[in-house]
Design a protein around this ligand. Sequence first.
Ligand code: TXA
Ligand code: MG
Length: 328
Amino acid sequence: MTARLATRILPAGSAAAAEAARVLATGGLVAFPTETVYGLGADATDGQAVARLYEAKGRPAFNPLIAHVTDRAAAQALARFDADAERLAAALWPGPLTLVLPKAAACPVAELATAGLDSIAVRVPNHAVARAILTAFGRPVVAPSANRSGHVSPTTAEHVAADLSGRIDLIIDGGATPVGVESTIVACLGEPTLLRPGGVPRAAIERALGKTIAGAPVSAADEEAPLAPGMLASHYAPRTPIRLHAGRIEAGEALLAFGFLLPEGAEHSKMTLNLSARGDLIEAAANLFSHLRALDAAGARAIAVMPVPHEGLGEAINDRLARAAADR
Ligand code: TXA
Ligand code: MG
């Protein structure tokens, strides 16, 4: 058990970016917003800082981390890009896309952060606060979502504080994250493969590549041999049981709605939150994790979830909902 830290919270700004860089340089842990979700950052080149990060999250150390950098040139110091990876980076960086690539020979990222794999996950985020911190720090920053392992990812500084207060040094508060689901992960280690649906829809990946890609649908089998090691079926679990494809609401249930037409029994739900009353999947993704957290706190018997269309960001939303509903 590590000693409790006094976790400071600073509003985003140039002073906060400089302070974040200072804390990172001393091996500390800093949570900051990206366009997808809040990340918990550590100096990627400092094995002890990475070990501290796993400890703070309560995360199994076999689960490798994403290295965040300011641009493609910085990513090329960490990993080898084939033609497909070049196309994806050119079209979609900065943005909510993570590439899993062969590790470069002189890659300075700590072995622990890549869990001993010969591949590495790299991402160039598109969020002013994340970019200011990366620029001020000048080295790669590993950053998993800033939640305790197994919890829902945080989309506000308050979510981060609820999970990690006393366990990390600093939280930079930059407001709610605009995308709301984690980055799309594509492996380019041969034919490109979708490892995790996320903030870039599959169609945009396929457009940039000029071809279709093999996907990684959610299944209980993920538990046995996950493609992305962190994609355990029950990775995104609220405490309250989740009931998917709800056509009617039972007594004592809370409702996670989508669209303006609510199911039978909705008027009796313990609490109702709508991902998007106008049926917009981008708005729904941005609301997903904060609504799950709020409904989880309502003391309901279960959270009933209305069907969400499986197109655009719906693929990532349905992936996270299926994981939230998986047995654990
Ligand atoms: O949007 C995001 O990607 C956020 C923000 C903070 O950038 N980060 C994030 O990190 O979601 P995390 O650690 O929660 O998820 C990273 C995923 C895990 O499922 C991990 O197993 C996978 O990336 N991963 C990392 N390195 C990998 C590798 N070399 N091969 C396959 N999967 C890898
Ligand atoms: Mg995560």
